[in-house]
Ligand binder design. Structure first.
Ligand code: SAM
Length: 405
């Protein structure tokens, strides 16, 4: 069972191709229906669809997209595992930072979780917040997939006296509380670009030869071209011909909408990602797109439409810049390992050794998985943003790498 990106290092995506398991007939028929829908959009767009729209359809087309078609995506029987699926230790540690955020946000503070997946993290958080004696006024979940929402409702059926509520849109302002998004930003569609031989910017699009989807390039739209030029300015260098990567163009608008409603509170954004300099490193010449199918990782998003997950790393520098531009403060930036240790992972393990010695080896191995550099410890980062929340925050007391952003 692999966690996302566990096996992928700089420029070395897990070898793709022949060793992917063959989907059964039902799955292939499902994929063919979604592919037909995508082919119609390609035709309606004059023969080429932006990759961003392709990714949106492949993941979120109602009834057909990867996250919207009712299959189990998480854990051993699915395609990948996220930190809450690795261990409840993740939620137990995160709860301590959430508790501090709720306390600082003041009376009436609630939790808002984006993209709650199976609902595991919400269940762990609610349980641990209860143990810490800090119940949020409400636990809100904003989940675009109707199927995942149903899955979360089943996981969260017995949450005692904490009111869990699902939203169709952002809560109304002014809002106080703590926002959580674990492995959500990586699942937001990206535009894919390539630098042309004359220094021009091309947009990589998807076309179809009837049997398969293939890549095609066209001149970038003014919006994408401007975003690439801004990126070059921020990097202080031009990107070389052939250099291919991604930009998550809708992220600033997503963050600004959140900022608009936040009267006082904390945002905890957890994901695999890099600072801008690492993300757009000259050697990372093909971007960070990664696909998962039954615990195999590969880098071809045009296969298995609707059956495989696809995602791209998060540029945390871009996120921090977008936050400042809409009036949020950047309160902390740490690796997942440092964050969990700062939130008391060591103390929780010591207690488990006393209370459940027979299960301790299992907990210790889960903790390693969450924190070791070759596993989820370094590739995953935590960025804290906020309004009217005074630093320092607990989760960044071991190490705070804001200066690197
Ligand atoms: C990789 S899963 C992570 C699930 C969960 N947070 C976890 O850690 O296991 C990505 C989740 O993000 C959700 N998602 C994608 N775009 C979203 C958006 N714009 N707003 C809220 N949720 C979103 C997906 O539907 C899915 O639940």
């Amino acid at each position: 069972v692999i966690s996302k990106r566990e096996q992928v290092s700089i420029d070395a995506a897990f070898p793709m191709g022949s060793e992917l398991p063959v989907p059964d007939e039902l799955a292939l028929a499902h994929s063919e229906m979604l592919s037909g829908r995508i082919r119609e959009e390609i035709a309606a767009s004059g023969g080429a669809l932006s990759f961003m729209r392709f990714m949106e359809l492949a993941l979120y087309a109602p009834g057909f997209g990867y996250y919207c078609a009712g299959q189990n995506r998480f854990g051993a029987g699915g395609d990948f595992v996220t930190a809450p699926g690795v261990s409840a230790l993740f939620g137990r540690c995160l709860a301590r930072q959430v508790a501090e955020g709720l306390d600082l946000a003041g009376p009436g503070a609630a939790v808002l979780e984006f993209g709650a997946g199976s609902g595991r993290l919400a269940a762990d958080l609610v349980m641990e917040l209860g143990r810490l004696g800090l119940r949020p006024a409400q636990y809100l979940i904003l989940e675009p997939s109707a199927d995942l929402r149903a899955c979360q409702q089943s996981t969260l059926r017995d949450q005692g006296d904490v009111a869990v509520r699902w939203l169709d849109r952002l809560p109304s302002r002014p809002w106080r509380g703590v926002v959580i998004a674990n492995e959500v930003l990586d699942a937001m569609p990206v535009a894919r670009f390539r630098m042309g031989s004359g220094g021009d910017v091309e947009e990589l699009c998807v076309t179809s030869d009837g049997a398969a989807f293939t890549w095609t390039a066209r001149a970038a739209s003014p919006g994408l071209e401007a975003a690439v030029r801004d990126l070059e300015t921020a990097l202080g260098r031009r990107l070389p011909p052939g250099y291919t990567s991604e930009l998550r163009l809708h992220l600033p608008a997503w963050l600004c909408a959140l900022s608009d409603l936040l009267e006082r509170g904390l945002l905890l954004l957890i994901d695999y990602g890099y600072t801008r300099r690492e993300y757009y490193h000259p050697q990372r010449r093909d971007g960070t797109l990664i696909c998962h199918y039954r615990h195999r990782a590969h880098d071809d998003p045009l296969r298995l439409a609707g059956l495989q997950d696809m995602s791209a790393f998060v540029d945390f520098s871009a996120l921090a810049d977008a936050a400042r531009a809409c009036g949020l403060e950047v309160l902390g930036f740490a690796t997942q390992a440092h964050f969990l240790l700062a939130c008391g992972l060591g103390g929780i393990l010591e207690r488990l050794l006393r209370e459940e010695p027979q299960r301790y080896a299992q907990y210790a191995s889960q903790a390693k998985r969450l924190t070791l550099p070759g596993e989820m410890g370094e590739r995953f980062k935590v960025l804290a943003l906020g309004r009217r929340i005074p630093p320092p925050l607990l989760g960044f007391s071991v190490r705070d790498h804001r200066a690197r952003l």
